[in-house]
Design a protein around this ligand. Sequence first.
Ligand code: GDP
Ligand code: MG
Length: 165
Amino acid sequence: QTAVADAPAPDKEYTFAIIKPDAVEAGHADAIFAKLAEAGFRVAAQNEMTLSREQAEAFYGEHKDKPFFENLVTFMTSGPIKVLVLSAPDAIKAWRELIGPTNTEIARADKPESLRALFGTDQTANALHGSDSSSSAMREINFFFDGWAYDNMPAETNFAVITPE
Ligand code: GDP
Ligand code: MG
């Protein structure tokens, strides 16, 4: 079910991204794929799924004592998501930059071109996830893509290139 997509970028780094339920439900996935391709990211792996409560709680375990945790888990299990491995030079930092501030309202005020500003809904439903460090990226990629390893992609793999419309 996991589809391998683009070839990794030169000087690649990998990060993990989620197109969250609000953005999938609103039909923003194609526009998001176009924006990320335009920004130089390639999709190394992707899958569509709906998280179980147990998966959402485990994925966001670092936030389990936060006041927004229940809302977050309810939201993240509310519908299908797209989980992505993205590659680009400096992908981790560059993807966090591109998605913008966590709170959609702040994103709209401070970074109107960011993907959360463009596609987010509110403080919880903010359209996109991005790993915040290389250790998070490794943990999160392995959480969703069992056995996927940073260096396991042969250069000659048949890739389908996703290009903006
Ligand atoms: P991120 O790394 O920018 O995604 O932000 P965090 O790791 O701090 O939080 C994880 C997710 O929890 C965010 O993307 C939001 O969906 C949600 N979230 C974070 N902070 C808040 C908050 O203060 N209030 C609410 N309602 N949701 C939040
Ligand atoms: Mg975070």
